[in-house]
Design a protein around this ligand. Structure first.
Ligand code: BES
Ligand code: MN
Ligand code: ZN
Length: 500
């Protein structure tokens, strides 16, 4: 589906979407169309008693005249309260309504109504972004889709009175949508398709965007002493990989920002095996890595003026004759030893080495790790917020604010020395799960990770176990892999870390 921003002219065929404010208020373009239809739109609104132009209301007017097939009126609610997200929802919901309607063409008139404090260019750019994100589908493995269920829309034209400015504003958003789409695709793919080696191949594809990509195999990781990461992967037939992606769009030699992702391509739990019911969900235990890959693609795609490093730890956690056993002691790259009491607490093990490596090699300005780390974060926050743990108030505030703007919400959780007691091992420097009765499973996991933060590196850990996959549709986030993290991190960089 092609999405374009063009000058505001009524389309010659297909459907047209117009925005309506509270009290059935049309904009100048809407009024012009209404006039051309002999007032059919106004009459239709008057006849539909409950259509007031309220937020989320839709009214379909068939064959209003003037050569138009149909006009859909989309309520935006109180014009003074309209935010960019409303235009994203307009684009998303509009496209979804017509995607399989049988027409190949749709025009969305993204004009700004009186009272709305939003630049017209931004409204149109956001509508186009919404159309892209909302129309996401993953049909690759459906061979029996009926014709009537196949998308018919080929082209979406977002009409704007300031098309040139809107197009320019949309350019980076289009690249952002590319990043989100990459993440959603990778997270949706099953584990027989996306495993450490094939995921590394996907990372390599970022080379064409100007990203420098290096792939370390088990031999290299062994040399580096990554015993914690290698221990997790040792039960799998698939070789573990560590992928390092660098985008150097900032000042030459300037300290990079860094992102580290948990990439457990499948998490059976290992010898501490998980119950069968729902285990298929653990194909998306690489969503942290997926978000890092998508973020790097977005930054490189839009040529962000920043030096950024993305490191993803890719393993498969399997039970087998070569798998690590509960009670095994591994030595991490940092030199700290870990007693692996539960092989299902594997995310923190692979992150410990990936985080250490990232800091040693790059001395980053900050490090943000993303991981579907604990079921406990779902108990604490459900599916509405990801958990944020950090040693830096500044980084936390920047992240939380970015999340609000992009509707990828974070909620800060505590870190405190007092929890460390629960990680004491009788024979090693630490154990990988807290002792019985400790509670606070997400916090103790974060405390574990903090032991691999060097000195005062500003660090934030995002536990995205509750938000990486969604069972309900939102306008710009269809059910399934959300791509959570890409919009958030892209915004963090855009607002705080790009050279001007
Ligand atoms: N990948 C899981 C966490 C998870 C659970 C993500 C549910 C998404 C949905 C993680 O590796 C895990 O198994 N964590 C354990 C830790 C426990 C053994 C301390 C958990 O949360 O039960
Ligand atoms: Mn696990
Ligand atoms: Zn896991």
């Amino acid at each position: 589906m092609k999405i374009e921003i063009v000058d505001a002219k009524p389309p010659k065929r297909g459907s047209l979407i117009l925005v309506v404010g509270d009290g059935r208020q049309l904009g100048p373009f809407g009024q012009q169309v209404d006039k051309a239809c002999g007032g059919a739109l106004g009459k239709a609104m008057a006849a539909a008693a409950r259509f007031t132009g309220g937020k989320g209301q839709w009214l379909e007017v068939l064959a209003p005249g003037a050569g138009l097939g149909r006009v859909l009126l989309a309520g935006l609610g109180k014009t003074t309260e309209v935010k960019p997200a409303a235009y994203e929802a307009l684009g998303a919901d509009g496209v979804k309504r017509l995607m399989t309607a049988g027409e190949d063409n749709l025009a969305i008139a993204a004009e700004v109504l009186k009272g709305t404090l939003l630049p017209a260019a931004e409204a149109a750019a956001r509508a186009a972004l919404g159309a892209r994100l909302g129309s996401y589908r993953f049909d690759k493995y459906r061979t029996k889709l009926k014709d009537k269920d196949k998308p018919s829309l080929k082209a979406v034209a977002v009409l704007s009175p300031v098309a040139a400015a809107a197009k320019k504003m949309y350019q980076p958003l289009d690249k952002l949508a590319d990043g989100v789409t990459i993440t959603r695709n990778l997270v949706t793919e099953p584990a027989n398709v996306i495993y450490p080696e094939s995921l590394a191949v996907e990372c390599r594809k970022l080379t064409k965007l100007g990203v420098k990509v290096e792939v370390l195999g088990e031999r290299e990781m062994k040399k580096l002493g990554m015993g914690a990461l290698l221990g997790v992967g040792q039960g799998s037939e698939r070789e573990s990989k560590l992928v390092v992606m660098q985008w150097n769009g900032g000042k030459k030699g300037g300290k990079p920002v860094s992102f580290v992702g948990k990439g457990v391509c499948f998490d059976t739990g290992g010898i501490s095996i998980k119950p069968a019911g729902g285990m298929e969900e653990m194909k998306w235990d690489m969503a942290g890595a997926g978000a890092v890959i998508g973020t790097m693609a977005a930054l490189a795609g839009r040529k962000a003026k920043v030096n950024a490093v993305g490191v993803v730890a890719l393993v498969e956690n399997m039970p087998s004759g070569t798998a690590q056993r509960p009670g095994d002691v591994v030595t991490s790259m940092s030199g700290q030893t870990i007693e692996v009491l539960n092989t299902d607490a594997e995310g923190r093990l692979i992150l410990s080495d990936a985080m250490w490596y990232t800091q040693q090699r790059f001395k980053p300005q900050f490090m943000v790790d993303l991981a579907t780390l604990t079921g406990a974060i779902i108990i604490a926050l459900g599916h509405e917020h990801a958990g944020l743990f950090s040693n830096s108030d500044r980084l936390s505030e920047q992240l939380a604010a970015s999340g609000k703007v992009e509707d990828e919400l974070l909620w800060r959780m505590p870190l405190a020395e007092a929890y460390d007691e629960t990680l004491k091992s009788p024979i090693a420097d630490m154990q990988n799960i807290a002792g019985p009765g400790a509670g606070a499973g997400s916090i103790t996991a974060a405390q574990f990770l903090q032991r691999f933060v060097v000195d005062k590196t500003p660090w934030a850990h995002l536990d995205i176990a509750g938000v990486a996959w969604s069972k309900k549709d939102k306008p710009t986030v269809p059910k399934g892999a959300t791509g959570f993290g890409v919009r958030l991190l892209n915004r963090l960089i855009a607002d705080h870390y790009e050279d001007r």
